[in-house]
Design a protein around this ligand. Structure first.
Ligand code: GRF
Length: 210
């Protein structure tokens, strides 16, 4: 069954574009029911509209708290019938109001090999640290910053002459492919998030071939 996606963005929306392209080509059995942006001018909004996808701008500054903002996001996502939420360049921390409404159903794409370099400017963090290999991660979102259970990762070598811009550009190509694969896996029903009864970190298991 085609999975109903809600995509949250704050900017240009190239990862959203990758999902829309993959759906358009028949490579991904999903449908984007709603794109929510917290920024009115986000480039990804035009991209969604061009694909005939419903959009909604919820300016976070108009809400008294993160929780109130997330409650408005949840209302919009539920009204659109969303089953899986994808944070694709969404530059807001989310609260349990969103996470509890979509348990183990919120994915994020991050431009580093988590748990290295969480938060903003991950590509610059990787260059400043001097790592030889970095990459990108798709993970389920929990209440921390880029700390949730990891679904998929892809590596990318760091070049001697890399700048944040050059590294970001190569990473973005890998992000697009990884996010499409990740959403496809969840849509296929092969992904389980396993929470140990003893506590500790939740882990993701993927049934069948990788
Ligand atoms: C990507 O690098 C993503 O990993 C990070 O924010 C950036 C968003 O890019 N979370 P785009 O808006 O999808 O083009």
């Amino acid at each position: 069954m085609t999975i109903a996606l809600g995509v949250l963005i704050s900017g240009r929306g190239s990862n959203l574009g990758a999902l829309l392209d993959a759906i358009g080509d028949g490579r991904l059995d999903a449908s984007v029911r709603l794109v929510v942006s917290n920024k009115a001018g986000a480039g990804g909004l035009a991209r969604a509209e061009a694909a005939g996808v419903a959009t909604c701008v919820l300016p976070h500054g108009a809400y008294p708290s993160r929780e109130a903002f997330d409650a408005a996001v949840v209302d919009a996502l539920r009204a659109a019938g969303v089953e899986l939420v994808v944070l694709a360049g969404f530059m807001r921390l989310v609260t349990p109001v969103l996470l509890d409404a979509f348990p183990h159903r919120v994915l994020n794409i991050h431009p580093a090999l988590l748990p290295a370099f969480p938060g903003v400017d991950a590509q610059r963090q990787a260059l400043d640290y001097g790592v030889r290999v970095t990459g990108c991660t798709v993970h389920f979102v929990d209440a921390g910053t880029d700390t949730g259970p990891i679904l998929l990762q892809e590596t990318e070598p760091v070049h001697e002459d890399d700048t944040p811009a050059s590294l970001s550009a190569r990473l973005l190509v890998k992000e697009h492919a990884l996010l499409v694969r990740a959403v496809g896996l969840v849509a296929s029903g092969r992904v389980r998030v396993e929470v140990s009864p003893q506590g500790g970190r939740a882990r993701v298991s993927i049934a069948g071939p990788p």
